[in-house]
Design a protein. Structure first.
Length: 445
């Protein structure tokens, strides 16, 4: 058995029912074979053993009172995975599917993603099995305040800086920040994604989606091509999906579909984003309403078809983990898809990923492709530390620079380790090297 095989076997034994966490660990470990086999120092210093265990995992009770006066209780989490290169940083997810496995996979992935940004940020993730769907502002506020009341003792501007993720947007960040400020009597930069005007950075809202398009555009430029005129299929219709669609359209792509957990819309002539934003961001409605506004668009309910059935050039999964499986991957490739960019975290199953890679599809893994969000969180922290604000142009320029840099880093790393074009391997190895170097430099901790 090799060092990597031992690590995988041990993680499997100790986390046997944590499907998502195991999936993420296996993928990274398999990529690292090329570097760990060459450099015995990693094994001698137990780097991988340390890397696969979170530095700290916090699980807590979140009690709150709903509008009917009934007490509700949710389970809250913060997994502080690795702080070798900077304070813990990563989003908070509020979704009924949140459990320890999901939190651990996200915290593990975040460690490598944050490393790829080049900024000083360690990896963490948190959240709760709370469902924000259909909750009033009052319910969302009471839940968020209760969640922060416990979380506050574990975070801080130089310790751990959470942000948004699925189900956590401007509304929830506002309520959580307010509670933290009240509890601590400080105006500290303890969350990112804050409102513009009270510490938030311009472009943070758009950053993940924009960054996803920037990395693909940089790749295409290297081939004297661009996204202009390309047919793009997007899943999800939340923060990441909407702003990926916006930047793709701005650069001349034709975005033909978006979805939510109830179904997807197909609009051959191109999605009207004003309508999507009105339904999703203003009214918190369902994507099915789009087809009532645009009668030439077709709505298909979940279960009766998949967004990946639509032929396209570029597919951007921007909803959730494991939303694109082997069958979907085969459909996409048969439909002419040449590029897949993961806006979501681990949206493609292991079998789907392998199919894309073996079929020569240009596949951009989430930890590289969606790093623009956390990178811009890093820029928000830099502005907060300097106690000033940068212009929209300045933040956007820096975001573009970071995404361009990530592309070249993962591309070079894939080549260096003998797998040109394999950005999964490139991202895992490049992300790992920076974290591992910091761990080696800092001793056995
Ligand atoms: P939002 O809550 O804004 O939107 C999520 C979207 O995905 C919604 O359309 C939602 O549909 C859909 N979705 C969520 N869960 C499921 C599910 N189990 N099945 C089907 N559809 C689902 O979240 P974000 O846009 O912020 O996040 C989307 C993805 O991007 C996540 O994987 C997140 O981790 C990742 N990400 C987010 C970043 C950010 O800055 N926000 C940064 C980097 C990655 P419905 O409304 O029906 O639930
Ligand atoms: O998955 C992610 O990178 C995020 N949800 C953003 C994290 C952040 O700290 O901005």
């Amino acid at each position: 058995m090799s060092y990597i095989d031992d690590i995988i076997a041990d993680v499997e034994k100790k986390n046997d029912n944590q499907y998502e966490f195991l999936q993420a660990v296996r993928e990274v470990m398999n990529s690292l074979r090329v570097i760990v086999d060459r450099e015995p120092v990693y094994e001698k210093m137990g780097v991988l053993e340390r890397l696969v265990i979170a530095e700290r995992t916090i699980i807590f009770r979140v009690p709150w009172v709903d509008d009917a006066g009934k007490v509700q209780v949710n389970r809250g989490y913060r997994v502080q995975f690795n702080s070798a290169i900077g304070p813990y940083k990563g989003g908070l997810r509020f979704h009924p599917s949140v459990n320890l496995s999901v939190m651990k996979f996200l915290g593990f992935e975040q460690t490598f993603k944050n490393s790829l940004t080049g900024l000083p940020m360690g990896g963490a993730k948190g959240g709760a099995d709370f469902d924000p769907k259909g909750k009033s502002d009052g319910e969302s506020m009471r839940f968020s305040q209760s969640f922060m009341t416990e979380l506050a003792r574990h975070i801080g501007p130089d310790t751990d800086i959470p942000a948004g993720d699925i189900g956590v947007g401007a509304r929830e960040i506002g309520y959580m920040y307010g509670q933290y400020r009240r509890m601590t009597n400080t105006f500290e930069a303890v969350l990112t994604g804050k409102g513009v005007g009270w510490g938030g950075s311009l472009i943070r809202t758009q950053a993940t989606g924009y960054g996803l398009i920037y990395i693909i555009e940089e790749f295409l430029h290297g081939r004297d091509d661009s996204i202009k005129g390309k047919k793009v299929v997007i899943s999800g219709s939340g923060n990441v999906a909407i702003f990926a669609a916006e930047k793709a359209q701005e650069l001349g792509a034709v975005v033909v579909s978006m979805s939510d957990s109830n179904g997807y819309i197909y609009h051959k002539s191109g999605i009207n984003l004003v309508t999507v934003k009105d339904i999703k961001l203003t009214k918190r409605g369902r994507i099915s309403e789009y087809a009532k506004v645009h009668t030439d668009a077709v709505y298909t309910e979940a279960g009766k078809g998949r967004v990946w059935d639509i032929p396209c050039d570029v597919a951007l999964p921007c909803a959730t983990q494991n939303e694109l499986d082997l069958g979907d991957a085969k459909k996409l490739v048969a439909g002419g898809c040449k590029i897949v960019g993961e806006g979501a975290n681990m949206p493609t199953t292991q079998e789907g990923t392998e199919y894309f890679l073996s079929g020569g599809i240009s596949f951009f893994p989430g930890k590289a492709a969606n790093a623009g969000g956390v990178a811009t969180s890093g820029l928000e922290m830099a502005q907060n530390s300097a106690r000033l604000y940068w212009s929209e142009e300045e933040v956007d320029m820096r975001l573009k620079g970071i995404m361009t840099g990530i592309y070249h880093n993962i591309n070079d790393s894939a080549r260096e380790y003998g797998k040109p074009g394999n950005f999964v391997l490139g991202a895992n190895v490049a992300g790992f090297k920076r974290v591992a170097k910091a761990m080696l430099d800092q001793g056995i901790i």
